[in-house]
Design a protein around this ligand. Structure first.
Ligand SMILES: Cc1cc2nc3c(=O)[nH]c(=O)nc-3n(C[C@H](O)[C@H](O)[C@H](O)COP(=O)(O)OP(=O)(O)OC[C@H]3O[C@@H](n4cnc5c(N)ncnc54)[C@H](O)[C@@H]3O)c2cc1C
Length: 470
């Protein structure tokens, strides 16, 4: 028996259900990855994420070679060519079955259907990206929970009852092989600041659990505190699995915190948000087709001012925390969660720009770009999503800044032109800069927050009027 394991966003040999099942009956194994640069461009994948993927693929290639599993790297421009390529490989290598882990995007699911139809051998798909399989948590009525809290309760009940499954690395298939070189990065942007491979990810996970996990609930909102795990790039490409996250928490604490109030629970809760967005995407394909979860919000009248969008992208809005966050994203490819919420709220509720513009911009810059989390986060901030922020609750970018970067340390790191501004005025520095003859150094606020907020609320109120009209 020869089994082909097709790696996609599951770039790991440990806790990989498809690899585990493929190797279960002692079959000979062959591995493949299909690079799709044209498709990645269509999906707006960031250059830094592409570089990170290439480097992680090289690490995977090494792991497979050490296990004696031959690895082939193929290239198709888009998903359309994939069934043909796999068909040829299956025929040439005498493959008996194809194994892969599910991907949730609609294009990926259509690609997999086309592969299933085209191949003469069985195609076996597994859940490798969630602790609880997509589609297994259903409310009494309907296909899927539309609010996070009942979803989280059901998720916790299931994990309490059934635990989680951590799969071992398969046994070696023979002597170590030569490593297949991976040359995929176009070298535009380097991801070197992030170590690669599942061993590095696992070390980072252990260090986080040993270090910040216990204080996570208190520290996670302060962008300068390094209180979060920074594991998102690894989870997004499947270099790390959520089961491995649970296992590391359990190993550190000696128990798995599955109840609110238990130490470590707040972090588990974030992993549940991750699963909530993934489950939603499977049930509502419109979410990966640029459409809002709340269908009626498709009629919102966004202003879509190109100049304001440009100022937001470049970090020149005159709101220091927003600008520092955007410049951090542009330079590093990563942004703290609190800042993602602040800049997304600012784009949609202060500049009244369509959340899809922000979603695309994030995707084009993030090293951890993830369709479900990015879409979920943007729709949450814009008020168009499942369990979104209520539309009348609009983040105030200045008070957010005073609360979460009180001494302005994060702001100063990214806005060197504000280095001399005292902490008490750094959150709204325009007047101080003008008084000190430095008004040229940094732009005045692009909008008045109080007025913009009222306009945002009126945009949503107008939707109600539409619904109520006969
Ligand atoms: C507008 C917006 C866009 C976002 N885009 C992405 C994205 O493209 N990719 C991405 O991975 N996350 C995204 N997030 C979620 C979150 O901001 C990041 O996952 C988090 O900042 C990553 O940092 P961390 O690894 O230190 O997280 P931690 O706080 O250590 O959390 C651990 C893990 O839980 C998951 N997680 C945490 N918070 C969330 C959340 N709110 N929603 C879903 N999953 C979460 C991530 O996988 C994260 O790595 C977005 C949030 C917003 C508001």
């Amino acid at each position: 028996m020869r089994h082909l394991i097709w790696f996609r966003t599951d770039l790991r040999v440990a806790d990989n259900p498809a690899l585990h099942e493929a190797s279960a009956e002692g079959a000979e194994l062959q591995a493949v990855f299909i690079a799709c640069p044209g498709q990645w461009r269509q999906h707006g994948m960031a250059a830094i994420q592409r570089d990170f993927l290439a480097r992680n693929l090289m690490a995977l290639s090494r792991e497979l070679a050490a296990l004696g599993i031959p690895f082939t790297l193929l290239e198709a421009d888009t998903f359309t060519e994939v069934p043909g390529l796999l068909g040829s490989l299956v025929d040439e290598q005498g493959i008996d079955a194809l194994y892969a882990n599910l991907e949730i995007g609609i294009n990926e699911r259509r690609r997999d259907q086309a592969v299933q139809q085209a191949l003469s051998v069985p195609v076996r798909l597994f859940n490798g990206d969630c602790v609880v399989s997509h589609g297994s948590l259903r409310p009494r009525s309907g296909d899927m929970y539309k609010v996070f809290t009942p979803f989280a309760k059901a998720w916790l009940a299931q994990v309490r009852a059934s635990g989680y499954r951590l799969l071992p690395v398969p046994c070696s298939r023979g002597p170590a092989l030569e490593v297949t070189p991976v040359e995929l990065s176009d070298g535009q942007v380097s991801s070197e600041a992030w170590p690669v491979g599942e061993r590095a990810a696992s070390r980072q996970l252990t260090a986080f659990c040993h270090g910040q996990l216990r204080e996570y609930g208190e520290q996670r909102d302060y962008p300068d505190a390094e209180g979060t795990s920074r594991l998102s790039p690894y989870l997004a490409l499947g270099v790390l699995s959520p089961n491995q996250c649970l296992a590391a928490v359990e190993a550190e604490l000696g128990y798995l915190p599955l109840s609110r109030g238990e130490q470590g629970f707040t972090w588990i809760n974030e992993l549940i948000w991750r699963e909530f967005y993934r489950h939603l995407m499977v049930v509502y394909p419109r979410l990966s087709m640029n459409r809002p979860f709340k269908v009626e919000t498709g009629a919102l009248k966004w202003s879509n001012n190109h100049l304001s969008f440009e100022l937001w992208c470049r970090g020149r809005t005159g709101y220091p925390l927003v600008d520092a966050a955007m410049r951090c994203l542009n330079e590093t490819g990563w942004m703290h969660n609190r800042l993602r919420m602040v800049v997304a709220s600012f784009l949609t509720k202060d500049l009244h720009i369509d959340w899809r513009w922000g979603e695309d911009y994030f995707m084009s810059r993030l090293i951890d770009g993830d369709l479900a989390a990015n879409n979920g986060g943007w729709q949450w901030a814009a008020g168009t999503g499942a369990d979104a922020a209520p539309y009348f609750r609009v983040f105030n970018p200045t008070t957010q800044s005073e609360r979460f970067d009180a001494d302005g340390r994060f702001i100063r790191r990214w806005l060197p032109e504000l280095a001399a501004v005292p902490a008490k005025v750094i959150h709204a520095p325009h007047e101080w800069l003008t008084r000190h003859g430095m008004a040229q150094a940094y732009p005045p606020p692009v909008v008045d927050h109080a007025r913009s907020r009222l306009h945002a609320i009126a945009m949503f109120d107008a939707l109600k009027d539409r619904q109520e009209a006969p």
